[in-house]
Design a protein around this ligand. Structure first.
Ligand SMILES: CC(C)(COP(=O)(O)OP(=O)(O)OC[C@H]1O[C@@H](n2cnc3c(N)ncnc32)[C@H](O)[C@@H]1OP(=O)(O)O)[C@@H](O)C(=O)NCCC(=O)NCCS
Length: 346
């Protein structure tokens, strides 16, 4: 709520719950949820459906210049302005609350209902070498092979932490030790729990960017998650022309330049989350479906040309990992409750 009130008061500044370090890693400084209204994105304009400011005759009608009338009309005008302001504030809080999800500390009871999705935000840095060793010892031999093929120590550490925490999380939901889990991969590389080894309704997906990862967990439904850092040093127009659908390119170009960067990364993560949820990799053509583009509009899968039924079958949601990252979630079905948790080492 702090971020929302700050925005309403026009006091929002570059508040950073995550600090990016010189070595490219990130340190999470607070459990408070991140939101674009903390200042990294252009501020939203007034809601389109704000009530028009009407001429009530108070200002324009000829009237005697008595002090009493002047103060009465002034009072009415101020009250009216206050009402409009209050109304706008309510609308802003409503829209912020619909997308704002705090990254809370882990729950005491790890309960995951059928219509629930848990998203875990994880800083990919082990607190000590011994913790890293311990995590490494939980990985399977194919995962250790992948570690060995990574050139940079930083990337090796991030991979171990991401896979290690994925195992700890899934193990906690299933009531087993991390090393007992077996992953299997579909032909496009999407990992899932090996049902031959453990019968589990859990499905999950992982995304990492820089030093930050998101792990999405649910049951009985497919899902995909994607996180990307917001960058302004890329030829975004060219990338959009190459990867986005015709409709998405047109909508993106129609936006004011100040909104295009945020919109680009929203589209990117929404598309990637959907592809990851389907698990078919890039065999699913990126221009075969359209996602919503306009900032402020809800994330949505608008059209799926490979099979029109897919558009109604999947839900897209934006997530706010930190002010410098955007993320999206795609899941099968509708109306799931989404809870966001911040991973803690202790
Ligand atoms: C394989 C792919 C999922 C890579 O995605 P990415 O954005 O590079 O990486 P992410 O961090 O989000 O996801 C990688 C994780 O997803 C999981 N994953 C791998 N293949 C997957 C697949 N086919 N479907 C779903 N999840 C997959 C794995 O857990 C992987 O991490 P790990 O192997 O380290 O455990 C795939 O979608 C891809 O190659 N995309 C190309 C990117 C692109 O051109 N995007 C255009 C968007 S407009």
């Amino acid at each position: 709520m702090h971020a929302v009130s700050a925005y309403l008061l026009g006091l929002a500044r570059d508040h950073e719950p995550v600090v990016e370090r010189a070595d490219g890693g990130v340190a999470l400084h607070s459990d408070e949820g991140a939101h674009p209204e903390h200042g990294a994105y252009p501020r939203p304009t007034a809601p389109d459906d704000a009530p028009p400011v009407q001429d009530h005759g108070v200002v324009t009608a000829p009237r005697p210049k008595s002090r009493c009338r002047a103060s009465t009309s002034g009072y009415i005008y101020s009250s009216y302005r206050l009402l409009v302001l209050a109304w706008s504030a309510v609308r802003l809080v409503e829209s912020a609350m619909s997308t704002y999800r705090a990254w809370r500390p882990p729950p005491i009871e790890w309960q995951l209902d059928n219509d629930e999705i848990h998203i875990w935000r994880v800083a990919l840095q082990a607190p000590s070498a011994s913790v890293l060793d311990k995590m490494s010892s939980t990985l399977a031999s194919d995962e250790i092979d992948r570690v060995k093929h990574l050139r940079l120590q930083r990337d090796r550490e991030r991979f171990i932490v991401a896979r290690g925490i994925l195992r700890i999380l899934l193990g906690r939901y299933l009531g087993c030790v991390p090393q007992a889990l077996h992953f299997t991969y579909n032909m496009y590389g999407k990992p899932s729990l090996d049902n031959a080894a453990c019968r589990s309704p859990l499905s999950f997906n992982l995304s990492h960017a820089g030093g930050l990862a998101l792990v999405a967990v649910t049951q009985h439904r497919a899902l995909g998650v994607d996180i990307e850092p917001i960058r302004d040093d890329l030829a975004l127009g060219q990338i959009a022309d190459h990867f986005f659908s015709q409709a998405e390119q047109v909508s993106l170009r129609a936006l004011p330049p100040t909104q295009q960067i945020e919109a680009f990364f929203k589209v990117w993560t929404r598309k990637e989350a959907y592809i990851k949820a389907r698990g078919e990799g890039l065999s699913l053509a990126l221009d075969s479906f359209d996602v919503s583009v306009v900032p402020g509009a809800s994330a949505a899968l608008l059209e799926t040309r490979d099979d029109p039924a897919h558009a109604g079958r999947w839900t897209l949601e934006d997530l706010w990992p930190t002010p410098r990252y955007v993320a999206a979630l795609a899941y099968e079905g509708r109306g799931c409750r989404i809870n966001c948790w911040q991973w803690r080492w202790s």
